[in-house]
Write a protein of this length. Sequence first.
Length: 356
Amino acid sequence: MLLHLGLWVLYATVQVVSSTIMLTNAWPVLAVTSVVFAFQAVIFYANAEWLLPRTLEKNKKTLWIVGIAGFMVFIILNRYLILYRIYPVVSHVAPPTFDWLVLVSIAIWWWFQAIALSTAYWFAKVSIQKERKINLQKEELNRRETERLRLKQEKLELEVAYLRAQINPHFLFNTLGYFYNKTANSQPDVAEGIAALTNIMRSSLKKRGPDGMVSLEEEIEHIESLISIYFMRFNNNIHVEYSRPDNLHGQRILPHILITLVENAFKHGELHSSAYPLKIKLNLDESGLYFYINNKKRIGPKEISNGIGMEYVQRQLENTYPNKYSFEIKDTDLFYSLSLHIATTEITLHDQLLYN
């Protein structure tokens, strides 16, 4: 706004000075020129901000020509009224000698300046807007490419971490099988724990569906195996309230999400309080899976944790279920709870035959 005002003042000053520099009484010319500039500004902005966006911008050239012709008639009539009707009455002087040719030619000159400048201004404005739009599009493309590369790098890092975790897995499972066979008869509870642990670890090697999902039933089985392992570790001297739906409706889910949250609760929760048991609840309806955990915080030594479990869960949820999940954590001095809702999808019979 201030830039426009300054340019108009500079433009008017140059015109007025050039018109009055040789006159002894410059006030009449100054007054008329000031009014003329007011009409110049009207035509300038009417053309640049109103007419051009509605005509040339929409490829209506004929309509634009009609519009600027109307502006020319407007400025001719106004110049006539100012010079020959209004100015003589206000100044109490005789009107100048009337000459249509002079009147029209001068009016057209002022009209041409207003139209030329406003059209050039409009084209410059449109060009700048297009340039900004192109730059914004480039920035968006660069942002998306950067995001794509970041996700690709994260995927690669996860794959590398996954491969590191698979170092000689057959040796590991063979060893666990050996311990299971050695304890099956003499210590059946230990053998049961080894079998549960083997089941959980074997899931990381299992072939998944084409979308990277596993059956919800399988994920819940791993949670139950983990719960049973902790009961064995503490000789059943822990308190856990666990509930799950009976009918899973053939749902599928991203693997290792739920069991990571359960494992986190076992690591940091108080398990020996009957008044505040660890609560693990799963519910399934038409909108998806609802998962809830609540535990009292453990006071004293806790199991060693690298802290990447929750970060992994949140990153995987965002990558796999964008705008299709809600994850809320409430962390107080005494209690820790989380609630998760995921929109799950059905497994087809084809997927079940291939990947289960």
